[in-house]
Design a binder for this molecule. Structure first.
Ligand code: FPP
Length: 230
């Protein structure tokens, strides 16, 4: 099962407490730690987390710097745990605008965890689904074999996905908004959508289980008349 999460609401979580937005992101990173653990225990095979969109570069430089620092710190502290738990880490999105040191951390985490087979953790940084689709389409333009399957493969390459991640089964968005915000547009073609008002730092194991239960109750038909249980 492939679960993708749009982690929204860090800023509001902090503002509600009179804290700066970066404090919300720090708390958000703690929620990432807990949800990765929960997802592994729940048997999720692929977990893709939307950490920083290409549009997020328009945020104040101090917030961007705090986020980039947090991503580096997360990779530094969590890689060892992921290796121990056989979790493979992969960062998807553009790499040409990351700092040299974050890029090194990304490559090191991917190298160290490459043999992980229990769960594939994908973190989307500087990610834009439309950008990936355009990249893949440019490559496909030179190709004779242009099928949905082949395009999916090209899209993984454009995303720096180091191994094939299939279509998204369940997309969760926290923070109350109900939109996709340029996240996995192709991969979510038949995803079941779960929206919750819960702000990301408050999203815990019980919220995650609620989303999985919601998914389990859905009938997936993929455009046919045959129902598949979620
Ligand atoms: C959106 O909430 C969240 C982000 C742009 C950053 C997501 C980052 C994290 C969850 C923390 C670290 C992640 C990792 C992978 C270590 P927002 O700031 O837009 O919140 P708002 O809508 O309340 O303003």
């Amino acid at each position: 099962m492939h679960v993708a999460i749009i982690m929204d609401g860090n800023g509001r979580w902090a503002t509600n407490r009179g804290l700066c937005r970066s404090a919300g992101h720090i708390e958000g990173a703690k929620a990432v730690h807990a949800i990765v653990e929960t997802a592994v225990r729940a048997g999720v095979q692929i977990l893709t987390l939307y950490a920083f969109s290409a549009a997020n570069w328009a945020r104040p430089p101090a917030e961007i710097a705090a986020l980039m620092h947090l991503f580096g710190q997360y990779l530094f502290t969590e890689t060892r745990r992921c290796v121990k738990e056989s979790i493979r880490i992969n960062v998807i999105g553009r790499r040409d605008r990351l700092t040299e040191s974050l890029l090194r951390s990304v490559e090191e985490s991917e190298r160290a965890s490459a043999l992980g087979s229990r769960m594939h953790l994908r973190i989307a940084i500087d990610y834009s689904s439309r950008h990936s689709i355009v990249q893949a389409a440019q490559r496909a333009g030179r190709d004779a074999d242009f099928s949905v399957g082949h395009f999916h493969h090209l899209l993984q390459e454009a995303d720096y996905g180091t191994c094939a991640a299939g279509a998204v089964d369940l997309l969760i968005r926290t923070g109350g908004e109900k939109r996709l915000s340029d996240f996995m547009l192709w991969e979510c073609a038949y995803a079941e959508l779960h929206f919750t008002d819960c702000l990301w730092p408050d999203f815990d194991a019980q919220h995650f289980q609620n989303a999985l239960d919601d998914y389990a109750g859905r009938q997936r038909r993929f455009g046919t008349l045959t129902a598949h249980q979620g």
